[in-house]
Design a protein around this ligand. Structure first.
Ligand code: SAH
Ligand code: SF4
Length: 353
């Protein structure tokens, strides 16, 4: 029997990895999915309670894996019921998670990176620059450590999920697998600025909802606020979306950040309508959340409503998103972690043994 070589987190392991672990250690007669169902779906960290496994297998697993998740450093609550948590990655970088309760759903909004490389001009995370990619362990810790039940998961926190594709892909697998958290893929949404060819892989290899941050129908104007437009132009993003099967309840959303006197005119709405009317898309109009120091402003509510009606006239479904968690900087685009962590927070233990 091979001796365990490393003490690794079980959180983040998929069935294929675990089959290999069992095989190498000579336990192929036992079903590895029992451990994953026990740990992920039944949320039980006690490996000893899996009685169908012999004692020597349980001891082996306990030596090889720990069943902890990363713990948040601090939490904040908004007057609207939204909560936000600050985490510190294993290598010491800050990232945040929000939990947004609504009438009949609770949504966890998670981060895939500390900071972001993409540098969109309107976004607070973008202003922070890139610190590090998060691991599957760090991404999944956000859904399990906040101590809240949830029905939906959105990848709309810090970072660009498609820039950390392998981690995103495995996280989606664990969230949706029958041996994992068994969450319906239609209850998960990945928001992206459009990274190619990762977008195509997401569309073909997974069945979660996709949200594209569009923000202007004009390439030149989009490039002004989203630098990656030059490398991944909207026309190529749309061509990729045309290939992706959006069947049954799988949803394509196009996010349109509405900014006063910038992209909120009739000609924007009309050009947007003409550009995307052939797509099976729902348009989410996001009124800009004002960020001090940035030149953009929130739109007038009436302009937002007019914008929505122009899109409707193209036969498109469009809604105006209600901002949540603004007072604790948990709203869209406001997550920036604490740029520097205090000495006390940096030294706070994040794993409990
Ligand atoms: N990187 C991904 C996901 C994180 S951002 C993406 O860009 O899609 C999630 C959403 O918040 C994006 O649509 C983004 O454009 C939007 N956003 C960024 N800054 C914002 C702000 N100040 N007000 C409102 N939405 C903002
Ligand atoms: Fe990154 Fe998205 Fe913010 Fe752009 S909007 S900087 S891609 S997190």
């Amino acid at each position: 029997m091979e001796r365990p070589i490393a003490f690794t987190p079980l959180l983040g392991i998929n069935l294929k990895d675990l089959e290999q672990v069992f095989k190498v250690a000579g336990f192929e007669a036992y079903d590895p999915s029992r451990l994953l169902v026990h740990y992920y779906r039944q949320r039980n960290p006690e490996i000893d309670l899996i009685e169908v496994y012999p004692k020597k297998l349980r001891s082996y697993l306990k030596e090889k894996f720990h069943t902890q998740s990363l713990q948040p450093l601090i939490s904040e609550s908004s007057i609207d019921g939204t909560n936000k948590w600050l985490f510190k990655s294993v290598d010491g970088n800050p990232f945040e998670t929000a939990w947004i309760p609504d009438q009949n759903r609770q949504t966890v909004c998670i981060s895939t990176q500390s900071g972001c490389k993409f540098g969109c001009k309107f976004c607070m995370t973008g202003s922070l620059g890139f610190k590090s990619h998060l691991s599957v362990f760090e991404v999944l810790s956000q859904v399990v450590s906040i101590g809240k039940s949830f029905s939906h998961v959105v990848f709309m926190g810090m970072g660009e999920p498609l820039d950390n594709f392998e981690v995103l892909s495995r996280t989606l697998e664990i969230l949706t697998a029958p041996w994992g958290y068994s969450l319906a893929a239609r209850n998960i949404t990945v928001s992206t600025v459009g990274v190619l060819p990762a977008l195509e892989r997401l569309g073909m290899e997974h069945t979660c909802n996709i949200a594209i941050s569009l923000h202007s129908p004009f390439a030149e104007q989009r490039a002004e606020i989203i630098p990656s437009e030059k490398r991944y132009p909207l026309r190529d993003i749309i061509r990729t979306l045309e290939k992706i099967p959006f069947r049954r309840k799988r949803r394509l959303s196009l996010e349109y950040l509405l900014m006063k006197d910038f992209n909120d005119r009739y000609e924007h709405a009309a050009a947007l309508g003409a550009l995307i009317k052939h797509l099976p898309a729902h348009i989410n109009i996001i009124p800009y959340n004002f960020i001090p120091g940035k030149p953009y402003r929130a739109p007038d509510p009436q302009d937002a409503e007019n914008f929505r009606q122009v899109l409707n006239s193209y036969g498109l479904r469009a809604t105006i998103r209600k901002s949540r968690g603004y007072d604790i900087s948990a709203a869209c685009g406001m997550m920036a972690g604490r740029t520097t962590l205090s000495h006390e927070l940096l030294n706070k233990p994040v794993l409990k043994f």
